[in-house]
Design a binder for this molecule. Structure first.
Ligand code: PEP
Length: 690
């Protein structure tokens, strides 16, 4: 079941990653297209002009960058908790939006995949239902996402991705989109793009006729059209079938002064034509008008047509003329068509025999150095290179290959570290050397949420005095609630009784009301912290992933860890105890290196034995502790396993402690209820003297 869940989470994570990378990238490389879509949505919500265009461009870049980055982070399992929550939040907003566009139909294309892939509103809704289901599953179990890059190196992926996508987006805004998914890409013959192939599906229409007779008005169709005694009033015609629509279907040019339709003339003209395209001159960037005028002069000298296509009013055209000294001919065309033709306002297109052979943003126009001879003899007179595979290769080489290289380097590093560990532990002489066991015998108390401050300090004092008077022959630790720590530290001789906390936060510091950080715990004088206790796993939903964070922070702050693991009664009945315990260790502590491992004490606490009075038999406990030692040996080598203290916890008392502690693999106990009275606790400590 667990394996199925992990597989499902990872499948969903890849679906989300691929979709977000694609949708984010196509938006990011076409910020102006995303801006136009945002404006469509704003208009549908009657919010047009609420934000100026420059602010919407920032929103467009941010949206593309957010989606792309979330996709990459999902793919590499970077910041799994935060990324999965953000993805779910984004999907919730998107899904709500698509429910609305599905019902109200305010926009025809959701714009999810820019111009790269058009979906109907129904298809978009379906897609988002699938994605939100995936996002929910992943957000439920983010820790199930397998990592490709170790935590320490993830920052490289984060910064590289965000920088890459923002730089790409700004570059595309400054020049033109790297990939052109619109029908006016380089190599397109506009006239051919407008043709309807023979036999293509025709649109169908249905007409209803409204007629009147003797003051009665009725509607008729062709099938039941009445006799001439009825007087005709009106006709309503609706399209019932869409029919084939050519990729270019609304391209038409009329001269601004005479209103003459010159579409055919422009598209069938042999030779070159420059088209300066500006959907609206009033918002066009006029900073490069000098370059435009030079190209116009060049065109004039070389007998090349130069037209400015715009959907602007005469007033705006006049203002542009005054501002830039433009002498070229202005023609009218549809605003949306012009926005589709080129993502720059203004932008320049070069036609040769009606085919688009070059496109330039106003920021990257051909310069006088490029215009030294007739166009036929110049590189710009040849079709620009617009090879999609070549551009894809550049994206792969500049983005995915470096990340793949990082992943491989990271995995190699992890692998060599593992090999080094293994070699250290396998040296031949280790086989012959009779080592003295280094591990400590430990009795640790866990007060849980018991005793107020005064009672706690009094008990600590009593234990301290008793053990100073009668030295234990094991290490003794008492783990107290947070508020006791600083005061208890004052009354303990920590050479005899060490102090520990029962928990610490999984965050370094900051706005986490009620939490206590590892650093704070350490600052009280405590040396240990209990992590992974079943009560915290169960009641406070501490997952393996959260515990891993806590383990790392505790160690980083110089605390030693009493790490608890153990199975439920059902799991033991199903004979899954080994599997459960192994998974708990693998999930939260087995990522540590051999050096860090020296600060770990394991406490095996079968959940069914905690506070229930049901103790595991000494054989059951011994069997499990031997198993734990064997998996520690597999991971860290035999020597490290021999040096690891492994405790038993669960209804341990003075009466059963001697029997439990007599087992070779049991190095002591983690004691709950029986640590709340000095005599009971001392009774267990004294079991080491028997
Ligand atoms: C514990 O909670 O760590 C524990 C072992 O409790 P008890 O001794 O009360 O079973």
């Amino acid at each position: 079941m667990r394996n199925i869940r992990i597989a499902a989470v990872n499948i969903c994570r890849f679906i989300l990653a691929v979709t977000f990378i694609f949708s984010g990238y196509v938006k990011a490389i076409d910020p102006l297209g995303t801006l136009y879509k945002l404006k469509d949505y704003a208009a549908a919500m009657a919010l047009n002009d609420i934000l100026p265009d420059w602010a919407l461009v920032i929103v467009a870049i941010a949206l593309g960058a957010l989606e792309f980055s979330l996709g990459v982070f999902m793919l590499f399992a970077v910041r799994r908790h935060m990324v999965s929550k953000l993805t779910l939040a984004l999907m919730s907003v998107m899904t709500a939006l698509t429910v609305w566009i599905y019902i109200a139909d305010p926009v025809k294309d959701c714009g999810c995949f820019g111009d790269a892939l058009k979906l109907t509103n129904g298809e978009t809704l379906l897609k988002n239902i699938v994605l939100i289901a995936c996002a929910t599953l992943v957000a439920w179990r983010p820790a199930d996402m397998a990592r490709f890059i170790s935590r320490t190196n993830q920052w490289i992926v984060r910064y590289y991705t965000i920088t890459y996508i923002i730089v790409t987006s700004v570059y595309c805004l400054y020049t033109l989109p790297i990939f052109d998914f619109r029908p006016y890409r380089i190599g397109t013959n506009i006239k051919q793009g407008m043709e309807i192939p023979e036999g293509a599906e025709q649109p169908e229409f249905e007409s209803t006729f409204i007629l009147r007779k003797n003051g009665v008005t009725r509607e008729f169709t062709l099938d039941n059209y009445p006799d001439s005694t009825w007087e005709y009033v009106d006709t309503k015609t609706v399209q019932t079938k869409k029919g084939y629509e050519p990729p270019i279907h609304d391209f038409s040019i009329t001269t601004n002064d005479t209103g003459e339709d010159i579409t055919e003339q422009v598209l069938t003209k042999k030779g070159y034509t420059f088209l300066l395209v500006s959907p609206r001159l009033v918002v066009a960037d006029d900073s490069n008008f000098g370059d435009i005028d030079q190209i116009y002069e060049y065109a004039e000298e070389n007998g090349v047509d130069f037209l400015c296509l715009t959907a602007s009013t005469n007033e705006d055209i006049e203002r542009w003329r005054e501002l830039t000294g433009a002498e070229y001919t202005f023609c009218n065309a549809d605003e949306t068509t012009l926005k589709t033709m080129i993502r720059s306002n203004p932008g320049l297109i070069l036609l040769k025999d009606g085919t688009i052979i070059g496109k330039w943003s106003h920021n990257a126009l051909p310069q006088t150095d490029d215009l030294t001879a007739p166009l036929e003899q110049l590189p710009i007179g040849k079709a620009q290179n617009d090879s999609t595979p070549e551009r894809l290769l550049i994206v792969l080489l500049t983005f995915f290959v470096p990340l793949m290289a990082l992943t491989i380097a990271d995995r190699l590093w992890a692998w060599t570290k593992w090999i080094r560990n293994k070699q250290d532990n396998n040296r031949i002489f280790n086989l012959f050397k009779k080592r003295k066991k280094m591990r400590k015998k430990i009795v640790a108390g866990n007060w849980k949420m018991n005793l107020n401050l005064q009672d706690g300090v009094a008990l600590a004092k009593e234990i301290n005095e008793a053990l100073v008077a009668d030295k234990p022959n094991c290490e003794v630790i008492i783990c107290t609630p947070f508020i006791h720590l600083a005061s208890v530290a004052q009354v303990l001789d920590q050479n005899v009784v060490a102090l520990g906390a029962e928990n610490c936060a999984d965050k370094v510091k900051g706005a986490y009301t009620g939490e206590v950080s590892a650093e704070m715990v350490k600052s009280t004088g405590a040396q240990y912290v209990i992590l992974g206790h079943s009560e915290r796993r169960e009641y406070y939903h501490e997952t393996a992933e959260i515990l891993k964070e806590k383990v790392d922070l505790a160690l980083a702050n110089g605390l030693k860890i009493l790490f608890c693991c153990g199975e439920t009664l059902e799991e033991r009945k199903a004979e899954k105890q080994n599997e459960v315990v192994k998974a708990e260790l693998e999930g939260s502590v087995f990522h540590l290196d051999a050096e860090a491992w020296k600060n770990i004490v394991i406490a095996y606490e079968p959940i069914w034995a905690i506070g229930t009075g049901m103790t595991a038999t000494s054989d059951q406990a011994e069997e499990m502790l031997a198993y734990i030692r064997s998996i520690v040996a597999e991971k860290y080598g035999q020597e490290a396993a021999e040096d690891t203290s492994i405790l038993y916890g669960g209804s341990c008392k003075a009466s059963n402690a001697p029997e439990l502690f007599s087992k070779p693999n049991i190095d002591g106990g983690l004691i709950g209820g029986a640590s709340l009275k000095c005599a009971d606790f001392k009774g267990i400590i004294d079991a080491w003297k028997k």
